[in-house]
Design a protein around this ligand. Structure first.
Ligand code: FRU
Length: 482
């Protein structure tokens, strides 16, 4: 069932049909829930439902029946879910804590927020009989509620995307909501509509200080065209968000083209903030060459926050549970040295692997070094670190199937936060995706790739000077579907 060409083997994709944003991410009683925008009738976007999958470890997923169907108030757009442990809503019945989901109901020019609740660990949902809980205030784009419990204020807080701003609301019972404030106007990128906000606290690396991070997806207007996820770091005083950095700072969570609508799980362990993104881009999501399904999620990533030479940096590391699918057999090459015309070449027929590179000596004349992945007769993808521009880039202009959309063949670059980013890089390759983690999770690039079926090699190379690697390590990965 999961062996079609390009079928992701360790990223979640639905058995069949169309999927977009992750929704309703909540951990409860040993299960991570992943709901998602789903069109059960087609492999292109249409009347949205919430599809549903659960996992014990964020890596192995079991797909469950569709959780929410459109109704007379409209389609079921993106949203979130929380555990109402203290039954503030009064919706609890029976033993289990009540799970409460918030979602946008979409009708042409009328988006409003509704809720549904579950008494049986998310298996079935009852729509609240007085939906919507927040009516449309006369705006076209008014969606994607994300709710959390604010300990300091003893209130629930909701963030909502409204045009190209984020609105905040508060509630003591999850049902009656009161408007607090808006954030946006001069801050961040505004090349498109703001969508799928999230707001949470993270501990600053190496300190006991906590900061608030506001996540905002934007479409279009991303740095490489189309959709992308931006973030702001600052304070939330219970009523309003105040960014630390001035309006000129635009920070992107991922420098690739295919990481969108990322939001975090609620109710996970304190000190552990995990999120997941939709691994596509609205520029071509409806056209990617896969069948009978369309779209996959990124790997779940644990978030951190660092102060760097160039200011705040949201760091991401693949969750530790990823180790569950590593094969024991690995190829570790020590003392690899590369220079002009002398790359290090090794076969890589397997599609599923993690590659870790750790340079130890970089000749100062080196202009760039990198990896050519899936190099065949007609196909190659270049991942490059330019020491001149201090940038990582992914060139997928010859990566295989590219002509399904003029926006797909791209050369995407992302600025490294510091020279130190030379130090190590992790590449994770599934059947149709590449995730690159550079530095200490300081830079991410997520890109879809649809290579032709060939015999591939992989090449580590440098230009201008010699690069010696402490380690070049290739680990095979197991499919989660077998
Ligand atoms: C983001 C988005 C959301 C919306 C959903 C509709 O990708 O546009 O704003 O709720 O997708 O499917």
């Amino acid at each position: 069932m999961y062996n079609h060409p390009y079928r992701p083997q360790f990223h979640f994709s639905p058995k069949e049909k169309w999927m977009n944003d992750p929704n309703g991410l909540v951990y409860y009683d040993g299960e991570y829930h992943l709901f998602y925008q789903y069109h059960p009738e087609s492999t292109v976007w249409g009347p949205m439902h919430w599809g549903h999958a659960v996992s014990p470890d964020l890596i192995h997923w079991e797909e469950l029946p569709v959780a929410l169907y459109p109704d007379e108030l409209g389609m079921i757009f993106s949203g979130c879910a929380v555990v109402d442990r203290d039954n503030t809503s009064g919706l609890k019945e029976g033993e289990e804590d009540v799970l409460v989901a918030f979602y946008t109901q979409h009708e042409e020019n009328n988006e409003k927020q509704s809720l549904a609740y579950s008494h049986d660990r998310g298996r079935t949902w009852i729509k609240y009989d007085q939906n919507p809980v927040i009516a449309n205030p006369g705006m076209k784009d008014f969606r994607d509620p994300k709710v959390f419990w604010s300990q300091e204020n003893a209130k629930w807080i909701m963030c909502l995307a409204a045009g190209d701003e984020i609105q905040f609301y508060e509630s003591s019972n999850l049902i009656n909501w009161e408007y607090l404030s808006s954030f946006g106007n001069d801050f961040g990128a505004h090349g498109g509509v703001w969508e799928c906000p999230d707001l949470f606290q993270l501990k600053v690396d190496g300190t006991d200080t906590k900061k608030w991070v506001l996540i905002v997806s934007i479409n279009p207007g991303g740095p490489n065209g189309g959709s992308a996820t931006q973030y702001f770091v600052g304070e939330f005083d219970g009523k309003a968000f105040h960014p630390d950095e001035g309006p000129a700072h635009i920070r992107w969570a991922d420098g690739g083209k295919d990481f969108y609508a990322a939001v975090s799980w609620s109710n996970t362990e304190v000190e552990r903030k995990i999120w997941i993104g939709w691994m596509s881009n609205w520029q071509y999501a409806n056209e990617v060459p896969t069948d009978p399904w369309r779209s996959a999620m990124s790997l779940p990533r644990e978030l951190g926050l660092k102060m760097t030479e160039s200011g705040w940096c949201l760091t991401q590391k693949v969750v530790k549970e990823f180790d569950n699918i590593k094969e024991e057999k690995l190829n570790a090459y020590e003392n690899v040295v590369v220079k002009d015309e002398q790359p290090f070449v090794f076969p890589s027929k397997d599609e599923l692997f993690e590659l870790k590179l750790k340079p130890k000596n970089i000749d100062p004349d080196t202009k760039e070094w990198g990896i050519v992945l899936r190099k065949g007769e007609k196909t190659e993808t270049c991942v490059t670190y330019s020491r001149v521009n201090r940038q990582w880039s992914v060139d997928r202009r010859r990566s295989g199937a590219i002509d399904f959309s003029e926006h797909f063949p791209s050369l995407d670059a992302a600025g490294a936060t510091r020279q130190h980013t030379d130090h190590h890089v992790q590449l994770i390759l599934d059947a149709c995706s590449l995730e690159l983690f550079a530095g200490d999770g300081e830079l991410m690039m997520t890109e879809l790739l649809f290579p032709f079926d060939e015999d591939f090699t992989m090449q580590v190379y440098s230009v201008g000077g010699e690069v010696a690697f402490e380690e070049v390590k290739l680990t095979r990965l197991k499919s989660i579907w077998n």
